[in-house]
Design a protein around this ligand. Structure first.
Ligand code: F6R
Length: 585
């Protein structure tokens, strides 16, 4: 949700920032801009649209400079437009500032600044910060910056530069920010992949901290008291190549095809401490959003049905309204980014009430990883496409392992070794799924049905389709159709039935028949000949243990959504209105 990057050193800042923005574009893509500090002062170039379109017009890479900041926006306050694009300035054009987050008290601050004669050029909350710094009294820019930060309410990752200052000033509260340390140069960005080409050594900017970066300088300061803090650096083993498309047309397709390796890497994660924490509590709850919520539902089914452990799952943004939480509660929070504001709010709410937290995330430097009592890494490598595919699959792998560990099911953990082979089998169906997608291009509304473990997979399949094709898609528990949704089924409506040959198969055949009797076009994903016979079309994947069929089904559904979007010439990596890391509530 907005990507930010800054560079100070000896190289061409504008080129490094432009390249970083391209990597960060998955965080927001309605407008973008760069500011660099030159001999004559600050130069800003920005506009509405995608980075490549803007670059053609304004030639970002030709701005030069050895110090600068860049921003790619996902609009919160104010429509996507050139005026609302970041960087923003003060009245004199001596400060350039970029911001990710939401300033909750911006109206009050803006009214006060307007009374003092400040002139605003945008509708954003972010511009207020530049004017606030301008208004602050203080001997140095650092003092004015700190004093302005102390007046802000809400969430922010801010970078600012100022005329005559060969430094970048940054600050963070509830929005991610990582420092990349180089030799005689410093980087700072929302996310590690934007800096991977230049450094493998990073430092986390923690909640409520401000940073000052110069060529050989990296100072971290508490916003509350202005005191300096020390911070150890950490290294990552992600390669810069992992953030490239490697010949695939889209990141989404590349990431779907990486899934056999991802599950192997995810299963290498140690879940024993997390399992012990669960065992020591008699109240297990889970919080997550979107796809991560769907993987939590899969876990709930496994841990309850197969291990007899009661588990509640709550959409993170709803958690504080109705939860009963206390010292005996163990919360499992699932978030690929580890920064989702709704999930982090639920985690902080539960921690305040004394709950212990297990975080399951792909980003080991994230807020979730740092604030959880136990953290399990997904080990999936960077996921660049906005929609979750390989991280969802990695979540399933880790959650299966955790559930079986809790239930003491060593034989089932052993079986998980076959997961990557099962996904490889599903991937061999790409040609068939592409043809299927072609045949469905004119359809407007899709229904996904499944029972048991396959109900959350139906929800996830429908989410994938709606996110990237903008078509109506809904997932239902197979048994629920007759309680209402069946009225939506008419001639030719596609119903995608997840019907493996397990204990749900006969009831699923019943659901398929109900739909067919109303004229639906049923496409099943199955390993059962009987299901195939009852369906209009069937993606058959057989020879796999029934317990692993969710991995196969979701892989097929991801590919179906991908090919439909690609054939409609939509960009599945950057769906409209969405952003990868949702850092506002
Ligand atoms: C779906 C998707 C979103 C995320 C959700 C939570 O493809 O990507 O629904 O799953 O925003 O994100 P994380 O897992 O980062 O907390």
């Amino acid at each position: 949700m907005c990507g930010i990057i800054g560079y100070v050193g000896n190289q061409d800042a504008s080129k490094i920032i432009l390249e970083g923005l391209r990597t960060l574009e998955y965080r927001g893509y309605d407008s973008a801009g760069i500011a660099v500090l030159g001999d004559a002062g600050i130069e800003i170039r920005k506009d509405e649209g995608r980075i490549e379109e803007i670059d053609k017009k304004v030639k970002f890479g030709k701005m030069g400079g050895n110090l600068g900041i860049g921003h790619t926006r996902w609009a919160t306050h104010g429509v996507p437009s050139k005026a609302n694009a970041h960087p923003h300035s003060d009245c004199k054009g001596e400060i350039a500032l970029i911001h990710n987050g939401v300033i909750e008290n911006y109206r009050k601050l803006k009214e006060e600044l307007l009374k003092k004669g400040h002139k605003f050029t945008s509708e954003t909350d972010s511009e207020v910060i530049a004017h606030l710094i301008e208004e602050e009294k203080g001997k140095t820019f650092e003092e004015r910056f700190l004093s302005a930060l102390q007046k802000l309410e809400g969430s922010f990752a801010i970078l600012a530069i100022a005329k005559g200052e060969k430094k970048i000033y940054g600050a963070r509260r509830s929005s991610p920010m990582i420092i990349g340390a180089g030799k005689e140069e410093m980087f700072i960005a929302s996310d590690i992949p934007a800096m991977l080409k230049h450094t493998k050594e990073f430092k986390v900017v923690e909640e409520g901290e401000m940073v000052v970066l110069g060529k050989g300088e990296c100072r971290i300061i508490g916003i509350d008291n202005g005191k300096e803090r020390t911070r150890k650096s950490f290294t990552v083993n992600w390669s810069a190549q992992s953030a490239k498309k490697d010949g695939y047309k889209h990141f989404m397709l590349k990431e779907i095809n990486e899934q056999p390796k991802c599950v192997r890497d995810a299963l290498a994660s140690d879940v024993s401490s997390a399992a012990k924490l669960v065992a020591s509590s008699d109240d297990l709850q889970m919080v997550a959003c979107g796809s991560s919520y769907h993987s939590a539902l899969v876990f709930k089914h496994l841990v309850q049905a197969e291990c007899g452990k009661k588990c509640e799952v709550c959409i993170a943004s709803e958690y504080a309204y109705s939860s009963v939480v206390g010292k005996n509660t163990c919360i499992i929070a699932i978030s690929q980014s580890g920064e989702t504001a709704d999930t982090m709010s639920a985690v902080r709410f539960a921690k305040k009430k004394g709950a212990r937290v297990i975080g399951i995330t792909n980003v080991i430097s994230s807020s979730l990883a740092r604030e959880a009592d136990e953290c399990v890494s997904l080990n999936a490598g960077p996921e660049i496409s906005v929609v979750a595919t390989k991280t969802f699959m990695a979540q399933l792998a880790v959650l299966y392992k955790l559930a079986y560990e809790i239930g003491g099911k060593k034989d089932m953990i052993e079986k998980l070794k076959d997961v990557s082979h099962s996904i490889e089998l599903a991937l061999t169906k790409q040609g068939e799924i592409e043809k299927l997608a072609e045949s469905l291009l004119q359809k407007q509304s899709f229904f996904y049905i499944g029972r048991g473990l396959f109900y959350p997979i139906a929800l996830e399949g429908a989410l994938k389709l709606k996110e990237i094709t903008y078509l109506h898609a809904e997932g239902f528990a197979g048994g629920e159709l007759k309680h209402g949704p069946l009225s939506l089924i008419e001639k030719g409506v596609p119903v995608i039935a997840l019907a493996p040959n397990d204990e749900t198969v006969h009831k699923m055949i019943g659901s398929i028949k109900e739909c067919k009797a109303r004229g639906a076009h049923v496409i099943s994903i199955s390993d059962s000949q009987e299901v195939k016979k009852e369906s209009d079309e069937c993606v058959m994947v057989d020879g796999v243990d029934a317990s692993l069929f969710p991995f196969i089904s979701i892989c097929v559904l991801q590919l179906l959504a991908y090919y439909m979007a690609a054939k409609k010439e939509l960009d599945p990596d950057k769906p409209r209105n969405l952003a990868k890391s949702v850092t506002v509530e």
